[in-house]
Structures are given as C-alpha cells and as structure tokens.
Design a protein around this ligand. Structure first.
Ligand code: MV4
Length: 456
C-alpha cells in the first residue's frame, strides 16, 4: 500500500480524500494556491506546499510544479480528485514516467474515452448500445444532409472533442441544418482546437442515468448500480439520487451489464462512471464515460455502504476487485449540491466571506464540505460549497429528510442554492419521480422561491 499520497486538488474533494487516507494509515500532502492558504485541506493534510498564484493554470493545473512537490515530499502516489488534472491523459502518463502512481486510469484509457467518436466506436464493437447516428465524423455539409435524412429529424450535432454538453446543436428539420452544422464546427474549433463533429438521432425527454463502475489491473470489472442525475441546469447537475425512480431490476441489470462490457472493452483500471441516456420507452444508450471519481459519488457510497475513494486507492495499489459485486438496494440516497450561486439571478456566482455557518446534522444526514465560519469563498474556482447527502429507507422519507436538513442549513455572507433545493423538494414533478432532463425548464423556481419567502 502507498505510504504517502499527494492530493492534487482543493475544496471538499481534497478533504474527502484526506479523510480516507487517514483511515487507511496513509500520510497526505496537500498542494494549494495562494488563494487557498486558509483552506481546510491545507490544515488537515500532514504536509502542505504552495504551488502558485490563484489562477488554476498557474497552480492546480501546473503539472511541473505538482510533480516537483511529489518528488520533494517523497509521495508515492497522486490523487487528482475531479476536475483539474483528473482526466488529463498527459498528466497520468507523466506520473507513470516519474514512477509515481496516478490514482486513476492510465493515459491511454483516458484518451480512449476523451475523443467521443473513438469512444462510441469502441463501445459499438463491445456490444454496448449507442445512439443511432453518423459513421464517425461528418466531413461536410452535403454529408450532413444525407446523414440527417437517413437518421431522421430531429438530430443533434456534437463535437468529437466535446463532452458535458459543450458545443451541441439540435436540428429539427433540413431548413435548420446548414446554420447549425456551420456553427457547431466553428464553435468546436474555437473551444477545443478540434472542429470535428458527428451526428446522432436526438433523443427527446431523456433521463440521465449513470452507472458507477470499477475495474482492476487484472481485467476484472464490476458495477455498483446507478445514479439518476436528471435534475440539471445548463448541463450542471444540481441533484443526484440512487436508486433511480425510473429504473427497475430488469433495466438495472441490463444497464449494469452494458457498463461492465464498456469497462472490460478498454480494460479500464480505477473507478469510473458510464453515462447513459434513457428514453421514455426504457431504451438506454451509451453517452460518455467519465474516467474519474465524480462529485456525486457519495450517493452510491450511501446506498451501497461502501467507501469509493478507498476502493479507488486499493485498485491503484494493485488489489483485485473479485469480491465486490452488485447487491440489491436497501436504502435511498439524495444529494443536493450547495453552490455559492444566486438562484434568483440565473445562478450567478456569489463569492465572498462566510460570516455565519450552521451545517445540518442528525440521523441519515451527511455533509461533505470544506467551508467554515469566517472562510472566504475565492472567485477563481468552481462554486461548490457543500454536498448534503441524505439517506432513508424510501424516496419519500429521503425527500422529507432532505427538506429538514436544508431548513437547518444556515450560510450567511454569500448567496447559495439552498432556497432552490428547498422549493425543488416540494415540486410535484420531482416528488412524483416522473421527470426528465427538461424539469427545470418547466419549473418556475424563481416564483416558487418568492412565494416561499412570503410564507415565512
Ligand atoms: C443527447 C441528447 C439527446 N439526444 N444526445 C448533454 C450532455 C452530453 N453528454 C450529451 N447531452 C445530450 N445528448 C442525443 N442523441 C440530450 C442531451 C442533453 C442532456 C443529457 C443529459 C442530461 C441533461 C441534458 C440536457 C440537455 C441535453
């Protein structure tokens, strides 16, 4: 097992990783930017080294500085968390070159999933269902026209270097194709330095359901059931839960088997997530694979009663996953992401000093956070302040518990998404469990928040 792990991240996930390392008897090295001097990950780690100025590209993305710190402190592994360098194939390769274990997949596994056309081809060969679409890149407008006619409108144009919803264009009929195709290519070129695009049938009213997976160094793989992440705003997840109110045992078994096929096809090593779109007829299609630990991993931890960070570290150290297979759900878990954003103003970022804080507690309530009273939320990074994860026997009880927890949560000094989550927990569509990724376009949460304030 590793003796010392460097955590190349900040915020709640850095703390989350430090906690598991402590429980495993592994010492920790934190790295931090000058904006994060007073952060808890700096205090809770055994050692901490400043790696540069506030901007991510000068600090948390500075591979050379981070490798230098790992060498200097004699760390034998690096945990990248999520975001920053977590899905940087070059960094994974660099770690291998320096003989420091990257706690995540090898570079070529990240590359296999990073290019979306390559990923889709690999999945099709492995027998994982994919959305009908173009055969690879769409070279020009005339090919776009014939392909779209063959697939049938509506279609969606996606960037092969994209992901997470960036650079997508929906086209409803041939009249809209030329403009959408041209703009998609221009946008992809500007955003990713790669203007390659492909086409798919547009799936209407889909649910976003993802399967947590793990693969070891010996080619063995398993899944740990699903998370439903259909509550999103502009491709930002706000709420995740498990089990999905839409998934029955039959669908779970089929999606789990497909996800395991995906993992085995690339001999994936580490924990990861296979994202699927599920249509209203329960057809499911591979969308993307995330080759990292995800923000919403605690939802799975709560329903499976299983430390995913510990598993990720064990896999990196060479432990086989033979014993850990899927077993049925006994509990329901929901996670609400609490961001320093103003839901009354289009979720605009709201950095600043937290003047007062009380976090929710009690049976079935978990809060993963790095904030404290007096902490200043810097404007340079993502605005996640805390994750509230509730666990109960049924979905209904879990929603009640989440409302209770959110009502207890006091954060003063910055605007937060707590008022949004409070009204969402009362939304009929959410409560019914019968919703898709379009939920927030139909829900006037601004009005609901205004009304909830009047009530008090
Ligand atoms: C789609 C789709 C419908 N049809 N692909 C959004 C994120 C990126 N991973 C792919 N996405 C979508 N791909 C086809 N063929 C709809 C979306 C989509 C979406 C997916 C999951 C969660 C929220 C979403 C919001 C809008 C669009």
């Amino acid at each position: 097992m590793f003796k010392k792990i460097l955590i190349a991240n900040r915020g709640e996930i850095a703390l989350r990783i430090i906690r598991t390392c402590k429980e495993m008897g592994i010492s920790t090295v934190a790295v931090y930017s000058t904006a994060d001097r007073d952060s808890l990950h700096v205090r809770f780690a055994d050692e901490a080294v400043c790696i540069g100025p506030p901007k991510s590209k000068d600090s948390y993305l500075n591979m050379q500085n981070i490798m230098a710190v790992a060498e200097l402190t004699n760390a034998d592994a690096i945990h990248p968390g999520y975001g920053f360098l977590a899905e940087n194939a070059e960094f994974s390769d660099l770690c291998a070159q320096y003989n420091i274990k990257f706690i995540g997949p090898r570079g070529h596994m990240i590359r296999a999933m990073g290019d979306k056309i390559t990923a889709k081809e690999t999945m099709l060969k492995a027998g994982v269902p994919c959305i009908p679409g173009s055969d690879g890149l769409v070279a020009d407008l005339s090919e776009a026209k014939t392909t779209a006619a063959k697939i049938g409108y509506p279609i969606i144009i996606k960037a092969t270097a994209g992901g997470g919803g960036k650079g997508m264009r929906i086209v409803w009929d041939e009249a809209g194709l030329e403009k959408a195709y041209t703009m998609a290519r221009t946008e992809a070129g500007a955003s990713f330095g790669n203007d390659g695009v492909y086409m798919e049938k547009f799936i209407e009213e889909p649910r976003h359901i993802e399967i947590q997976v793990a693969g070891d160094q010996y080619g063995e793989a398993c899944h740990l059931s699903e998370r439903d992440c259909s509550v999103q705003r502009r491709h930002q997840k706000l709420v995740e839960e498990a089990p999905s109110p839409f998934v029955d045992d039959e669908l779970r078994e089929a999606m789990g088997a497909a996800a395991v096929k995906a993992v085995k096809a690339i001999q994936y090593e580490s924990v990861g997530t296979v994202e699927f779109l599920v249509d209203k007829h329960r057809n499911f299609y591979f969308m993307e694979m995330n080759t990292r630990i995800q923000v919403e991993h605690p939802v799975t931890e709560e329903v499976m009663d299983f430390d995913l960070i510990k598993e990720q570290i064990m896999i990196a150290a060479g432990t086989a996953i033979s014993g850990m297979l899927y077993f049925p759900h006994k509990m329901h878990a929901i996670e609400c992401r609490i961001n320093a954003e103003d839901p009354m103003n289009n979720f605009a970022p709201s950095p600043g000093k937290i003047t007062a804080l009380h976090t929710p507690k009690g049976y079935g309530v978990r809060v993963d956070t790095h904030i404290y009273a007096g902490y200043t939320v810097p404007p340079f990074y993502d605005s996640l302040l805390a994750k509230v994860i509730c666990r109960a026997k049924t979905r209904e009880e879990c929603i009640v518990k989440m409302k209770r927890a959110l009502e207890e949560f006091v954060i003063e000094g910055v605007k937060t998404t707590i008022p949004f989550h409070l009204v969402l927990m009362d939304n009929e569509e959410f409560r019914s469990g019968k919703f898709d990724t379009g939920l927030l376009e139909r829900f006037d949460y601004v009005q609901a928040i205004k009304e909830s304030i009047v009530e008090i």
